[in-house]
Design a protein around this ligand. Structure first.
Ligand code: SF4
Length: 243
């Protein structure tokens, strides 16, 4: 996820920016040529001009969603709210963690939700969960059906929150019925991520949400790893006689 603190200095001041993750692939320059250009010496893209009309905003958002290294961000400054339709402004309010505007726009967006899939690009719910703003995320969860937020978008957000050791967000997502990944099926999963945090509270919460006890989790782990080769002990040699 692009970080406004790591934006290249040649980006024009404003919401959109490119950071060091850019791999100079050309996609953004093709998608939004009025706004993105190349720094030939550095071999990366940057914003030569911030979007000034709806078409340019749409193209910049499209470029952001298409950037496979997540080098483009749009929370580096306030957008020009006046040129944005409510659905797009709603997206910016989420990207920005701008709770007051989010609340103001929500009723309007709910009215429009039937006509347009708000979450078809960029996985807005995931963006919202990354802000760590539980109030905003809860409002989205309460309106998930009306906003047509795909259920498949929720578990990756949960796993990201576990990885960040964000217990408050994890607890909220579980309370709204988000399922942990693979706790009962093996493979890389929510439980493994929880174990990596080293936070026992997180591990217990994930286990409880998966509906299994600690003993059962241990038993399954051994079952899943039964065929793994045992680690070969390294041969120790005597420091004096080399035997
Ligand atoms: S799409 Fe992303 S990686 Fe490609 S040039 Fe633009 S910012 Fe760089």
């Amino acid at each position: 996820m692009a970080d406004p603190n790591e934006r290249y200095p040649d980006n024009a001041a404003g919401p959109f920016f490119v950071d060091w993750r850019c791999l100079d692939c050309d996609v953004c320059r093709d998608t939004a040529p009025a706004n993105f250009t190349r720094n030939d010496d550095g071999g990366y893209s940057y914003l030569k001009k911030q979007p000034e009309n709806l078409d340019e905003y749409e193209r910049c958002l499209e470029a952001m969603d298409a950037c496979h290294t997540e080098a483009i961000g749009c929370n580096g400054g306030l957008p020009d709210w006046d040129v944005l339709p409510s659905v797009m402004a709603f997206r910016f309010a989420i990207e920005w963690g701008h709770s007051a505007r989010f609340e103001r726009l929500l009723p309007e967006v709910l009215l429009e939700a039937g006509r347009e899939s708000l979450f078809k690009t960029g996985d807005l719910f995931r963006v919202a969960a990354r802000t760590g703003l539980t109030d905003m995320v809860e409002r989205l969860l309460l309106n998930a059906d009306a906003l047509a937020i795909p259920r498949s978008a929720l578990t990756p957000s949960l796993d990201e929150a576990i990885e960040r050791n964000d217990f408050e967000m994890v607890d909220l997502l579980f309370r709204y019925g988000v399922r942990p990944s693979g706790v009962t099926a093996g493979g890389p999963n929510s439980l493994e991520l929880a174990l990596l945090t080293g936070n026992p509270k997180m591990v217990e919460r994930v286990l409880a949400a998966g509906g299994i006890s600690k003993e059962e989790a241990v038993r399954r782990w051994f079952e899943e790893h039964a065929d793994d080769p045992l680690p070969t002990p390294s041969k120790k040699t005597c420091g004096k006689c080399n035997d």
